[in-house]
Write a protein that binds this ligand. Structure first.
Ligand code: SF4
Length: 449
């Protein structure tokens, strides 16, 4: 049995990997994998029939080209035939769930990617109609979508059309305005483009506008990071979301070892004070800052997923789903290609690549890792979701965190302290299953840490 201090330190050493994306690699769950397509088809329905309320996620994988820091399943180029084929397959998947499941309560829909606004408004409308047909009107009651500055600046009609579909929250990735970094990441961007994008988003009538900014890049200075944030506030979004670059499975992975935690923590701290001084609020450690009173800034889907551990059903290539006791990834999660997804849908199966039935320890670790996106664990929601209290499952870990002033009880929350915010990766590792902690050690050795 490893000592708590030791696991905490290993999580800090592995700070690029011990984060909200649990487990470190899906291969960790191989022993829980269900084999046989027919058995997976049977179990996926059985699992979802235990769930009454859930969020929906739809993955649209298209982007003009892949940014070097991107970790997602993305198909590049501008191939209209590929778009039509993809939408047809996606609608078949949605229909298959609709036919198999009894009516559910839906709490929000995120259309993510890739770049979902890369496809036509009519195809987005077809997808939303498919969701309404199969999950009822609530499926499109609270919808968030992502766009790029390039699309939002160039195609005002499309942004207007998206708003007219009833989508009321839009998120745009600026990430950085630094020209050298943009060139290095092979990403489009200019201040004129961002202004035009903002104009079109506002003209379309969006009142819930989020901008993503990234930090923690090797060649990103504090000055260039703060210059991006200052510029972003000139665009006056309702929300700003900070994303720490995750190097794993990206073209920048080789740079990770040279990025130290001190720099990463310093940049978050600078941003936190800058944004809160400008009227954008968030709990310590939270990524999304909101200037709207009573609005946490994230989409309904993400908010409930993070705070309550709400089950979510992902559809589309490479999407992830999480029910009461299962976690699974659709075809394409590993290959980042369409062929497997297409093959299984055409054969009449759910297009699932890896389906795991997880023990309580893994479900709890997954819920807590995701909860740290907001900087705290909600104790009552944890109990409701897992069936045991936080104290029952993590007595020694909580004692260690409290004694070392890393986390504290704040009413119903178990939240980061200022000191704990700088040690989020070490704290997260403490809530990993014992098996995943061992995998973290093995992975660290492989990386020479
Ligand atoms: S625009 Fe976003 S999803 Fe597309 S390649 Fe770049 S980071 Fe990835």
């Amino acid at each position: 049995m490893r000592k708590i201090e030791e696991v905490f330190q290993r999580g800090l050493d592995m700070h690029h990997y011990a984060n909200t994306a649990y487990p470190i690699t899906p291969r960790s769950f191989q022993e829980y994998k269900i084999k046989g397509k027919d058995e997976v088809d049977r179990l996926v329905v059985e699992e979802w029939e235990k769930v009454n309320a859930l969020g929906l996620y739809v993955h649209i994988p298209f982007c003009m080209r892949r940014c070097k820091f991107c970790e997602y399943a993305v198909f590049t180029g501008d191939d209209a035939a590929q778009e039509e084929l993809y939408v047809k397959l996606l609608l078949q998947e949605i229909d298959k769930f609709g036919a198999a499941l009894s009516p559910k309560i839906i709490h929000g829909l995120d259309i993510g990617g890739g770049t979902p606004s890369a496809i036509s408004v009519s195809n987005l409308g077809r997808i939303m109609n498919g969701l309404v047909k199969n999950f009822g009107d609530d499926a499109v009651g609270d919808v968030s979508i992502e766009t790029t500055p390039r699309i939002a600046a160039k195609d005002s009609e499309k942004i207007k059309g998206i708003r007219e579909l009833g989508i009321d929250r839009i998120s745009m990735g600026v990430q950085t305005i630094n020209p050298k970094l943009l060139a290095e990441f092979e990403r489009h961007g200019s201040t004129r483009m961002y202004y035009n994008a903002k104009e079109n988003i506002r003209k379309a009538g969006f009142e819930r506008f989020n901008i993503d900014v990234m930090y923690g890049f090797l060649k990103q200075t504090d000055e260039s990071f703060m210059a991006t944030l200052e510029f972003v506030l000139q665009l006056n979004p309702e929300y700003v979301t900070l994303y720490r670059n995750r190097y794993k499975d990206t073209k920048l992975e080789h740079e990770a070892v040279d990025v130290d935690l001190v720099k990463v923590n310093r940049q978050y701290k600078m941003a936190y004070y800058f944004l809160t001084a400008a009227g954008y609020n968030a709990e310590l450690g939270k990524n999304t800052f909101s200037r709207v009173k009573g609005d946490v800034g994230t989409s309904a889907y993400l908010t409930k997923r993070v705070i309550e551990g709400m089950p979510y059903l992902g559809m589309g290539v490479a999407s992830q789903s999480y029910s009461h006791s299962s976690l699974y990834y659709n075809q394409g999660a590993a290959s980042k290609r369409l062929s497997g997804y297409k093959k299984w849908i055409e054969k009449g199966h759910f297009p699932i690549q890896d389906f795991y039935i997880l023990p309580e320890e893994e479900m709890a670790a997954k819920m807590i890792s995701v909860a740290f996106y907001f900087g705290y664990i909600h104790k009552t929601h944890f109990h409701n979701r897992i069936g045991k209290t936080l104290e029952e499952l993590y007595t020694d870990e909580m004692q260690f965190l409290i004694e070392n002033k890393l986390m504290e009880h704040q009413g119903d929350l178990f939240a980061f302290t200022q000191k704990g915010k700088n040690a989020i990766n070490g704290i997260t590792a403490l809530f990993y299953s014992k098996k995943e902690q061992e995998k973290m050690y093995t992975y660290a050795t492989k990386l020479g840490l």
